[in-house]
Design a protein around this ligand. Structure first.
Ligand code: PLP
Length: 309
């Protein structure tokens, strides 16, 4: 079932697997009109499965918990645990063993039956909508858990112009898109976002990832959820649960610029070393020792994991 869309091999819409080019949703869906929906990105891997093992989602229950939280914040009634059933269908249907699953739930399409026509586009959603569920799976390079060297990226700082509920994994990502475009224009691969807060200008996260730094005084720190409006990333959460020296706190712009090491944390990024910030080398333009340790530790956890980490 290979589709014409580059790399996307199988899609899912409202209970049915389909070829990507056959996937259809209504433009009246509130996800399309208002970005009224949430999403997750799941890593599928064979790492740690052993000979004859099956591909599996990394940290499935953490992703389900976060999806439930995002859905709850929007009062979209959908059972988050169902995401894993859909993931299983996509894995089995595509036969991919190293992959990324994109999964989104939007509030749905207001039907007109018995409703005033303006109900098609009102901010307050009409009651009783059926959520629209869309997902796809695409191949990823093999997650090499024996590979100890972290990936690297050149980054540029940019203004964090996003809203104050970035804790919700909302499909509304225009702030991230604009920051990414600006960073790309500056020759960088990702933006690191700076937000003005009552505590001064602080680093919040990457445009696709969470952030951690080794400050000039040697303290390893990731921005606290309450220090700026950021996503509670699953990778960040796993690292916090498994590294007692990783502290949560305020990372100021000055901390970021003076940092010995800067890293990006995410499902696809793992622990990525930032080698350059606004053109200036970080840690002499290579991955530093703490970044290497965190990355190797994460890979070991993924390889060891049975059901969940
Ligand atoms: N922050 C932002 C803005 C993201 O888009 C992502 C990943 O999509 C993350 C952080 C990392 O989250 P996770 O580790 O759950 O992939």
């Amino acid at each position: 079932m290979r589709g014409v869309y580059a790399g996307v091999v199988l899609a899912y819409v409202n209970g049915e697997l389909c070829a990507p080019e056959a996937a259809r949703v209504s433009p009246f869906d509130r996800g399309y009109l208002f970005a009224d929906g949430v999403y997750e990105a799941l890593r599928v891997t064979m790492a740690g499965a052993g000979a004859g093992g099956d591909p599996r989602v990394v940290a499935p229950h953490r992703h389900v918990r976060r999806l439930a939280r995002s859905l709850g914040a929007l009062s979209i009634p959908w059972p988050a645990g169902e995401m894993l059933t859909v993931a299983k269908q996509l894995i089995e249907g595509s036969r991919l063993s190293e992959a990324l699953i994109y999964f989104q739930v939007t509030r749905g399409v207001p039907g007109l039956a018995g409703r005033a026509p303006q109900a098609l586009r009102t901010h307050v959603p009409p009651a009783g909508l059926t959520p629209t569920v869309f997902a796809f799976i695409r191949p990823m390079p093999r997650l090499d858990t024996a590979e100890l060297a972290p990936p690297t990226k050149r980054c540029a700082t940019g203004a964090d112009m996003r809203w104050l509920r970035c804790d919700i994994k909302s499909i509304a990502l225009l702030g991230n898109v604009l920051a990414s475009v600006q960073a790309a224009g500056a020759g960088a691969e990702e933006a690191i976002l700076l937000r003005s807060t009552p505590l001064g200008r602080v680093a919040s996260e990457g445009s696709l990832t969470n952030l951690a730094v080794v400050r000039a005084d040697g303290v390893l720190m990731t921005p606290a959820l309450e220090s700026a409006s950021i996503l509670p990333g699953i990778t960040r959460e796993i690292l916090l649960d498994n590294n007692t020296d990783l502290a949560e706190g305020v990372v100021t712009e000055a901390d970021l610029r003076a940092a010995r090491e800067v890293m990006l944390l995410g499902t696809t990024a793992a622990v990525t070393a930032v080698t350059h910030l606004d053109g200036a080398p970080v840690h002499d333009g290579g991955a530093g020792p703490i970044t290497r340790r965190l990355h190797a530790g994460l890979m070991e956890l993924v390889a060891r994991a049975g059901e969940d980490i």
